[in-house]
Design a protein around this ligand. Structure first.
Ligand SMILES: [Zn+2]
Length: 271
């Protein structure tokens, strides 16, 4: 992709990085990222991807901006309260970088709809806060072999990992958190969240997504990073593929993505 003079200036600090250069920036400008969830994690993800010139962003979130969101969902501001989050985000991104094409979907996507969105993207960022949607995103990413940048944050605890189904040897989200397991859902709607925690994790998700799109460096694939923001200490857990995984051990054509609206009743996003 040829960058024009304005783009060469706008992205000059990326282009100066040998690991990116003009070619890497060009790949960012041609890239398409799907961001599911436009809250605490999705905010820094969308801000950094747009500022970095990722050509096309598809933002999904069914919710409207609430006053309680503003403490950490930094893409939205006080004047956005009551607006759809995806519309509020689109306005903010247009101010930062009008070159970026921003598609908004104000729905709780799942099933085939979600699968089609995943299929159309080059990288998928899970910025949701509930397990049914996380698993639905993972199934679609494995089925269509799309790299998935997964993040989570509640209280002072954050985590981030990359699941890259382009390489069949890599583990998937289901390998780590089998859907059949009984898990206690800790929803941000009722939990405290330290504001910069989601900023830290979301910014890292943006970094991983940019590296995936540009083909630069080494991603967190196969590694889970756990953050305790109270002591600001990190732990790395090496992830293994589960040979009996209910998702990634299957032939991709046999992975069911669900048939639509009824499969997920949990709100897509409230973090
Ligand atoms: Zn798996």
């Amino acid at each position: 992709m040829d960058l024009n003079d304005d783009q060469l200036l706008r992205y000059s600090r990326h282009i100066l990085l040998n690991e990116l250069g003009i070619d890497g920036q060009g790949r960012l400008c041609e890239g398409h990222a799907l961001v599911v969830g436009m809250g605490g994690l999705g905010s820094p993800v969308a801000l950094y991807l747009a500022a970095s010139g990722v050509g096309r962003l598809t933002l999904c979130d069914a919710d409207q901006v609430d006053l309680t969101n503003l403490q950490r969902q930094v893409i939205h501001d006080t004047s956005s309260v009551g607006r759809l989050k995806v519309e509020s985000a689109r306005s903010a991104l247009a101010r930062i970088n009008p070159e970026v094409q921003v598609d908004t979907i104000a729905e709780r996507v799942d099933g085939e709809r979600l699968a089609a969105l995943v299929c159309a993207a080059d990288v998928v960022i899970d910025a949701t806060d509930n397990f049914p949607t996380r698993h639905a995103i993972n199934r679609a990413c494995v089925k269509y072999r799309k790299p998935l940048v997964s993040g989570a944050g509640v209280r002072f605890d954050g985590q981030i990992a990359v699941f890259d189904a382009r390489d069949a040897a890599n583990p998937c989200y289901e390998c780590l958190f089998p859907e059949a397991d009984e898990v206690e859902e800790t929803r941000c709607a009722v939990m405290g969240v330290f504001a910069p925690l989601v900023g830290i994790i979301g910014s890292m998700q943006a970094a991983e997504a940019l590296k995936v799109l540009a083909g630069a460096g080494e991603t967190l694939k196969g590694r889970l990073q756990l953050l305790d923001a109270l002591t600001m200490s990190w732990r790395t857990v090496k992830l293994r593929k589960d040979p009996a995984c209910a998702v990634c051990s299957k032939d991709p054509v046999e992975i069911e993505v669900g048939t639509g609206a009824a499969t997920c009743t949990t709100p897509l996003h409230t973090s």
